[in-house]
Design a protein around this ligand. Structure first.
Ligand SMILES: *[C@@H]1O[C@H](CO)[C@@H](O)[C@H](O)[C@H]1NC(C)=O
Ligand SMILES: *[C@@H]1O[C@H](CO)[C@@H](O)[C@H](O)[C@H]1NC(C)=O
Ligand SMILES: *[C@@H]1O[C@H](CO)[C@@H](O)[C@H](O)[C@H]1NC(C)=O
Ligand SMILES: *[C@@H]1O[C@H](CO)[C@@H](O)[C@H](O)[C@H]1NC(C)=O
Ligand SMILES: *[C@@H]1O[C@H](CO)[C@@H](O)[C@H](O)[C@H]1NC(C)=O
Length: 801
């Protein structure tokens, strides 16, 4: 239950709430007190009426955080259950007017559940007056986040298109809130036949809007809302001809992620043939609440947290966010702050790690209370075979389905067009005299992959090959090209470039093999963002990996599968790649755990998912990484604890639980100021003068160990507490894989439990010995507690700084 505190307002300059509300209602236009109106202001008013864009530039949206406990109560509040943020706005308005400010501040959102504060449009001058408001903590400028798809559009024939769930198995009352680009409610994946009534704890609504009515929701899609006030401040007034002013999804991303999250976990697992991920017997269906916050250009953070705030208040159990921006300290990261409010109310928060890999320290959404999800390949592929005139063959990938091309002349760069951009096949760069009837090789980059195919086709080309650079490694994007085309890895691309240059009449053919299962899997996607976390290196991030490459899920009829306007194909299911796709898999599995273990905290669910994750592929070798052409093994900075394993996660043996207070003590240990801590705590927490914890003592289910580069024989000792959720009477023994150059000792080495719920603690000491290190080098190991079939595994990531 969410109990909202009776909160009212109080300002250093006292204003009555009642009066304020009336003032706001009557002042939707520029509100000027005649007493201070001067000629200069009048001119400015006229000027701003003429060029609205000036007003837009002078004001910006800020997400304002207020300390709940420092807002004084007022007897004048009309509706004392609502905070009177209007009165703060009114105070700023009046105060700034006295300084001849002509723009009126505007309140966009009040945040009351996941965080306490509001979003408002303020000028620089008005921003300063916030400092005079009791309880003011910080004002974070709004910004646009982006969706975490690789925008790898793919096509799959309708005959393969099947929903990820089967509505004959219905047991759960778990609600997943999907914060995304909305929903296509008529999709067959969202039918509710056979579902029991909407869960009684649901308090949300089905908002009306463009082509969306209350009757679009059902027992599967139980709620839908749209947020755009923040977005409008970036792009100008909403134009209803460009997008639906409603929860309806015009992009496809939200429909895709929602159907992945609330799909039948069992089927999705078997569909993709995940190695050890079989969840046979556990059939499951949960409900979807769609919160549309992402529009064609991006997702404004003020809208995102308005949706999170509302979703928690509506009664969602899991929040799924396949979006993000660059990593920021937690106190500057509104999504981290709102997530903290959510987990305090028992809501599990799962976020995508980002698609900025394989570069180091690119991982985002890294707060320790968030589940940060990386992306990996499944064992399914759509192979092609490329054969050069010299007889050499290479394996590629494509969703184009058709006959093998003839052995045709191959052109690339200069031989395809005189412009420098010809090697990228950008719009208008190819010369049809050079390209006609031939196969064109195109470098990735600058324009979209399917757009390159469109350009080749328009220039009369008969086919296309997409070449990877060294950095893109062997990652093979699988796209629904509109002509015979394939992508190729870095090593094949290198050979093809030199073949074209060294042979007088280079030729090539492409054949399309179809769908294949049984590749070594999982393999880390090169694009998946990597640790160590730049914000909190004392926590291993990302946390886990899940399927995020070539994921088949629901697609609205509004968008073509290739995103090309010229592409008139329409499909019910589409294939996309990105951490956007892996995140909702984990959201769905978390919902499953929540329905099985109603009393588990978000941290316990997270622990279960992490300690049961696996690090070996379906051939028994360590999981490898697409980013390295030597197919070296992936490490915890790519996949965290490993690949999620639903069945084992449902019965993990032990969990590492973390309370709200533990997280706040962690923030004390990393030297957060009292106001930074108040952002998250709501103002009810003070760090003890003596640190009770070091950062590494946060009861996290993995170990990040930091050493100075020249610290020989340096050692650190971390504490952990595990809770027995397996067998009442059980004995666990520790098993350690030592990281290179580090000794690990655990005390005690055995844990004996007598009942369920019992907590036992242990200490682990890491000692760095030997030579000095190059800063930034890491080595990896693991610590597991083993008892019968249980293996409760935590990765160890040691970094010399
Ligand atoms: C945090 O946000 C504030 C306010 O926008 C900004 O001045 C500061 O530089 C940010 N700090 C970091 C470390 O990003
Ligand atoms: C909305 O977009 C359409 C199509 O681009 C344009 O014709 C129309 O003028 C726009 N309306 C407004 C109010 O900007
Ligand atoms: C790949 O192999 C080359 C040569 O053996 C080596 O220099 C390079 O560091 C390796 N790359 C990775 C990521 O292991
Ligand atoms: C916090 O401050 C203490 C004392 O000044 C210092 O030893 C420690 O390294 C700091 N920790 C971090 C994470 O900055
Ligand atoms: C580090 O430990 C090793 C083995 O315990 C010892 O031989 C060596 O002298 C120590 N080095 C330093 C600098 O203390």
């Amino acid at each position: 239950m969410i109990t909202r505190q009776e909160v009212s307002y109080g300002l250093k300059t006292s204003i009555e709430c009642k009066k304020t509300l009336q003032a706001i209602k009557s002042s939707s236009l520029h509100f000027l007190s005649p007493g201070i109106m001067t000629f200069r202001i009048l001119i400015l008013v006229l000027a701003s009426m003429v060029t609205n864009s000036i007003a837009l530039m002078d004001q910006q949206t800020y997400i304002v955080h207020i300390d709940r406990t420092k807002i004084r109560s007022s007897i004048h509040s009309q509706d004392s259950s609502k905070p009177c943020f209007e009165s703060i706005i009114d105070f700023i308005s009046e105060a700034s007017m006295e300084e001849e400010e002509i723009l009126v501040p505007q309140l966009l959102y009040a945040y009351e559940t996941s965080m306490f504060g509001f979003a408002a449009k303020l000028s620089k001058k008005q921003l300063k007056f916030l400092n005079q408001v009791d309880g003011f903590i910080s004002a974070i400028p709004d910004e646009l986040s982006t969706l975490h798809t690789t925008y790898t559009p793919h096509f799959l024939g309708l005959r393969n298109g099947r929903g990820l769930w089967d509505s004959s198995n219905l047991a759960s009352d778990v609600i997943i809130g999907v914060i995304d680009s909305g929903i296509w409610p008529e999709h067959i994946s969202l039918q509710d036949s056979g579902l029991p009534p909407v869960p009684s704890h649901w308090k949300g609504v089905c908002e009306q809007g463009t082509k969306f009515s209350a009757s679009n929701c059902n027992k599967k899609l139980i709620g839908a809302r749209a947020y755009y006030k923040g977005y409008e401040n970036f792009v100008g007034k909403f134009n209803e001809t460009k997008d639906y002013l409603s929860p309806r999804d015009s992009q496809g991303h939200g429909t895709h992620t929602a159907s992945t999250a609330a799909g039948d976990v069992v089927k999705s697992t078997s569909l993709f043939g995940l190695a050890r991920g079989s969840a046979s017997g556990m059939r499951y269906t949960s409900r979807i609440a769609a919160y549309k916050v992402c529009w064609p250009i991006g997702c404004a953070n003020s809208d995102v947290i308005a949706a999170m705030d509302q979703a928690v208040s509506d009664g969602v159990d899991v929040l799924s966010l396949s979006l993000g921006s660059i990593p920021k300290p937690y106190y500057n990261d509104s999504i981290a702050i709102a997530s903290f409010g959510a987990i305090q109310r028992g809501v599990f928060v799962s976020c995508s790690a980002g698609n900025s890999g394989p570069y180091q320290s690119t991982v985002g959404n890294v707060a320790p209370w968030i589940m940060t999800v990386a992306a990996s390949y499944t064992d399914r592929s759509f192979p092609t075979e490329v054969k050069l005139g010299n007889g050499k063959t290479f394996k590629g990938s494509s969703l184009y389905q058709g006959k093998r091309t003839n052995q045709l002349p191959l052109v690339y760069g200069k031989s395809a067009g005189t412009k420098k951009e010809a090697q990228y096949c950008t719009k208008g760069s190819l010369d049809s005299k050079l390209v006609d009837g031939k196969i064109v090789a195109c470098e990735r980059g600058i324009n979209g992959r399917t757009e390159k195919g469109e350009e080749v086709k328009m220039a009369g080309g008969a086919g296309m090959m997409l070449l990877n650079t060294e950095n893109q490694g062997e990652e093979l994007f699988t796209d629904p090209h509109i002509l015979p085309a394939t992508s190729l890895g870095a090593s094949a691309s290198k050979i093809i470039r030199s073949y074209v240059q060294s042979v007088e009449k280079p030729t090539v053919s492409i054949s399309f093999i179809g769908t294949r299962y049984g590749d070594p899997a999982p393999v880390m996607a090169a694009f998946s963002s990597r640790g160590p976390s730049i914000v909190g290196p004392d926590v291993v991030k990302p946390d886990v990996t899940a399927p995020g490459v070539n994921i088949l899920a629901a697609w609205p009829p509004k968008s073509s599968p290739s995103f090309l306007k010229s592409d008139k194909r329409r499909v019910l299911f589409n294939i996309l790649s990105g951490t956007s796709m892996s995140c909702p898999h984990v959201s769905g599995i978390a919902a499953l755990l929540k329905s099985l273990h109603k009393d588990w905290s978000p941290a316990a669910i997270k622990s279960a998912l992490m300690t049961s994750a696996y690090t070996f592929n379906n051939e028994g070798s360590p999981i490898s990484d697409m980013a390295s052409s030597n197919s070296s093994f992936a490490n915890p900075f790519a996949f965290g604890s490993g690949h999620v394993n639903p069945e084992s996660a449902s019965d993990p043996g032990l969990v590492y639980d973390i309370s709200t207070k533990d997280y706040l003590n962690y923030l004390c240990s990393i030297n957060y100021t009292s106001s930074q801590i108040a952002l998250l705590s709501g103002g009810n927490f003070i760090c003890s003068r003596k640190p009770v914890l070091q950062a590494g003592d946060l009861n996290y289910p993995s170990f990040a160990v930091l050493f100075g580069r020249s610290s020989l024989n340096a050692s650190v000792t971390y504490k952990r507490i595990v809770t027995n959720v397996g067998k009442p009477q059980s004995a666990y023994a520790v098993k350690v894989e030592k990281p290179n150059g580090v000794s690990v000792s655990v005390e005690p080495r055995k844990l004996k439990f007598g009942k369920l719920g019992q907590k036992l603690s242990y200490k682990v000491t890491f000692c760095s010995f030997g030579r000095a290190r190059v800063p930034g080098t890491s080595s990896f190991g693991s610590l597991s507690w083993v008892s019968g079939r249980y293996e409760v595994r935590s990765p160890i990531a040691v970094t010399w700084q």
